[in-house]
Ligand binder design. Structure first.
Ligand code: 2PG
Length: 252
């Protein structure tokens, strides 16, 4: 088997309160549930058991990713690590869908429309207005951002466009320095990175669903091309978790 030049681990946050309520979340800053906290602890235990240690951590600025990182690093006994919190790793902005129940939205607009909003590459959800309370320009977390960087909604293509500058300008140099990185983020910001790394087609990325709280390991060659990737944990459990993400927007 080809020996990797670099190893990087991605982690989607554990279950959030809005995952549990089955609502479109995006940039809404909701916390983890008890189950989500436990998923983060379990991810840390698993990483420890498998011998993973990190040099540096990247997270989004949303608390479900920050809480997950904290509990995971606690189990790894690596809370001392430097943690870079960056808005470019935030979840995809779900626009005016944020707050709506996914299956009720499917009842109203149909499964096909909701699948396009959730998983298509270039069809954005309906946008917010700048007057909307949910507009990121009203949130002090984003006070330093330029107006053109504040989304009203995003399709996955838009998320790729905002994640990639961080990937190329900051994360890639760190990988090349030999730093072992943990990237703690979200279902769709991780889909954006995985699409790029695996050079997935716009059609194939529709089928990509990333489960909560399961470490996703990538082995990369010298050019940072993936040699292989795999989830840590029980294959059947992971299959069920992926399936449940996929089915979230089914009509009741
Ligand atoms: O609501 C969201 O922000 C995301 C992740 O929870 O949902 P989906 O899997 O439907 O893209």
């Amino acid at each position: 088997m080809e020996k990797p030049n670099y190893v990087i681990v991605f982690l989607r946050h554990g279950e959030s309160t809005w995952n549990k309520d089955n609502r479109f979340t995006g940039w809404t800053d909701v916390p983890l549930t008890e189950t989500g906290l436990q998923e983060a602890v379990d991810a840390g235990k698993l990483l420890k058991k498998e011998g993973y240690q990190f040099d540096l951590v990247y997270t989004s600025v949303l608390k479900r990713s920050l809480q997950t990182t904290y509990y995971t690093l606690f189990e790894l006994d690596q809370l001392y690590l430097q943690e870079i919190k960056h808005w470019r790793l935030n979840e995809r902005h779900y626009g005016a869908l944020q707050g709506l129940n996914k299956s009720e939205t499917a009842e109203k607009y149909g499964d096909e429309q909701v699948l396009l909003w959730r998983r298509s590459y270039s069809i954005p959800p309906p946008p917010l207005t700048k007057e909307d309370e949910r507009y990121p320009g009203k949130d002090p977390k984003y006070a330093e951002l330029k107006e053109e960087d504040l989304p009203l909604c995003e399709c996955l293509k838009d998320t790729v466009a905002r994640v990639m500058p961080l990937w190329n300008e900051e994360i890639v140099p760190k990988i090349k320095e030999g730093k072992k990185l943990l990237i703690s983020a979200h279902g769709n910001s991780l889909r954006a990175i995985v699409k790029y790394l695996d050079n997935m087609s716009e059609e194939d990325v529709i089928q990509l669903n990333i489960p909560t709280g399961v470490p996703l390991v990538y082995h990369l060659d010298a050019e940072l091309k993936p040699i292989k990737h795999f989830y840590l944990g029980d294959a059947e459990e992971i299959r069920k978790k992926v399936q449940s993400v996929k089915n979230q927007a089914q009509k009741k």
